[in-house]
Design a protein around this ligand. Sequence first.
Ligand SMILES: [Zn+2]
Ligand SMILES: [Zn+2]
Length: 345
Amino acid sequence: MAICGVVLARPGEVALEGIDVAAPGPGEVLVRIEATGVCHSDLHVIEEDGWGHPLPVLLGHEGAGTVEAVGEADVEVHLHRGDRVVLGWKAACGKCPTCLRGDPRRCARPPAAPGRLFRKNGDELTPVLRTGTFATHTVVPTAAVVKVPPQLPPEQACLIGCAVATGVMSVLETARVWEGARVAVIGCGAVGLSVVQGARLAGASEIRAIDLDPRKLEQAKRFGATHTEPGPVDFVFDVVGRRETFAQALGLIRTGGTVVLIGLSPAGEKVEVELPKLFARRARLLVSHGGDHLPEEDFPRLAQWALEGKLDLASMVTRTAPLEAWSEALEAMKDGSVIRTVLTP
Ligand SMILES: [Zn+2]
Ligand SMILES: [Zn+2]
């Protein structure tokens, strides 16, 4: 069947193209994408020439939509045509050493996998993080498809697939922030604001938003930040991942404090750490890989919190736009004028 999607064909060469998609095979699902958030990782994929994904790449990984077809020979079908779903790029493989020792949240499966999507000239496309959502349709493994209540609008539901799961689960799963803890967040884009919301859900007593952009600090206050300047805290979430922000994070923790690295650093980024200081602080350093989220466990509860009004997804959608506006959406993210643009193919 013919669909269209945004393809990184060669380094620096991105365009909306016609794509052929083969019918889903065993263990696969065809999803009609109704909404897809434009995330920093998509920019990262473009700027890092595929970021480990073999080119050509179908961009997008934060998607929600409707099941159109399920692979025939799939014996464990829990999905049906018409189900509202969110795509999960972190579905655990169940086979790697980390999964086998019972820690699927830290599954070590590589992010790229061959798909059923082809360019007009026959090149096989690699969908970003096995999802590829900047498209009218995509084919994904059954494990990557999570049903959510249809009452949640797709333009909100899609955010659960990356930014919200990453931010909220960094707090609740990676760091396990306790009630009454003091928390700081460096970088207040969609993920940072989700950290703020996660800290609020965890019952943090203090939530400090740190960002160079005063517009983002104002937004952070609306999502639950209590302060907009740095101060000593128990947990710091570095959503930026640059040497300056990580050094700042190390400087903010109190004794026994935890620094959580969430942001994707540019290739080769390094930071100098004063080890005696780290030792004296009894510091913990954690890496949050997308909040170590497990789609099948976390998406339904995040969706439920959104429906109950505990998690504000609606305010995170600054604007919606057609798929054709992908380029403006990436620009708007770069200049910080939006929390999220959601494309509605
Ligand atoms: Zn695994
Ligand atoms: Zn993302």
